[in-house]
Write a new protein. Structure first.
Length: 292
């Protein structure tokens, strides 16, 4: 089971800033989405509203055709794991945290939880207060994946983990998603590290939607052009350049913008290699501006 999301004219205002600005977005169920945005872009606010942690004041948030706020049947099917570690209570043990999660989630899978405890080397009897930051993150990840919630969202919830543990999480998430399809949203700053998981990418900036596209389609908006330096310079003249590197007589230039079939044939004739642009480079370009 997977839940779709329909957001219409969503706006969230604080006294000194508009966190979400007339956002309209529709996400079909049964996909892995990457939610990207700089600090203060509104990602956490958006996920909190979808998870019914707060009431919508302007606009609408619809999940599976219903408003989630104060909707117990629906919120049991939505799991949000935040970087702050909402599931972690200092005075409790790992085992008690998992038992409480089982009571809240009708789709909970004990076997999945046990496998993840072993994967991340989490002692069931250890008190949460004695866990490292990385272990606390791993505990949140375990709850999120084992919940098997039809809508599961991770908001930077793996930042406390070291690189091997993060990659173990990515592999576990993909394997579990293939066996039990559902809607998953990953909010992250580690874009290139996790980009392989994204089926679609949503980019927001200052609370506004910047892009929502299939990942491959988005990456084809630009190209990395590699070849003899003179030919690369001639080919990319007049294009929006995101970055460049040079090694001897060879040059690589990353450009943003559509490159048509005629231009691609020219590139081939000139001995140039074109490849999709890195998602992180596109993200930086699409959200550039005066950010704190």
């Amino acid at each position: 089971m997977s839940l779709g999301i329909d957001i219409q004219g969503l706006t969230v205002r604080y006294p000194d800033v508009t966190a979400i600005d007339d956002l309209t977005l529709r996400l079909a169920g049964g996909k892995i989405y990457g939610l990207l945005g700089r600090n203060g872009s509104g990602k956490t606010t958006l996920l909190s509203l979808i998870a019914a942690y707060r009431r919508v004041r302007e606009g609408r948030v619809i999940v599976d055709g219903q408003e989630p706020f104060e909707n117990e049947r629906l919120t049991q099917q939505i799991c949000l794991i935040r970087e702050a570690g909402d599931v972690v209570i200092d005075g409790d043990s790992v085992g008690n945290i998992l038992r409480r999660a089982r009571l809240l989630r009708p789709t909970w899978d004990d076997d999945a939880a046990e496998r993840l405890l072993e994967l991340f080397e989490l002692p069931r009897r250890r008190g949460v207060s004695k866990l490292s930051r990385g272990q606390r993150s791993a505990l949140g990840i375990t709850v999120g994946l084992a919940s098997r919630a039809p809508l599961t969202m991770f908001d930077e919830s793996y930042l406390g983990m070291d690189a091997p543990s993060r990659y173990a999480f990515y592999d576990a998430l993909l394997e579990d998603y293939m066996e039990h399809p559902r809607t998953i949203i990953l909010s992250t700053h580690l874009i290139e590290e996790v980009a392989r998981l994204f089926e679609e990418v949503v980019i927001i900036d200052r609370g506004r939607l910047v892009a929502h596209e299939d990942t491959d389609t988005l990456r084809m908006r630009g190209a990395a052009v590699v070849g003899p330096a003179v030919a690369v310079d001639d080919f990319t003249a007049g294009m929006t350049v995101l970055g460049e590197q040079r090694l001897g007589g060879t040059k690589s230039v990353t450009v943003y913008g559509d490159i048509g079939e005629d231009a691609r044939r020219v590139a081939t004739d000139w001995g140039l290699e074109l490849s999709p642009v890195a998602l992180q480079d596109l993200f930086v370009h699409l959200t550039k501006g005066d950010h704190a």
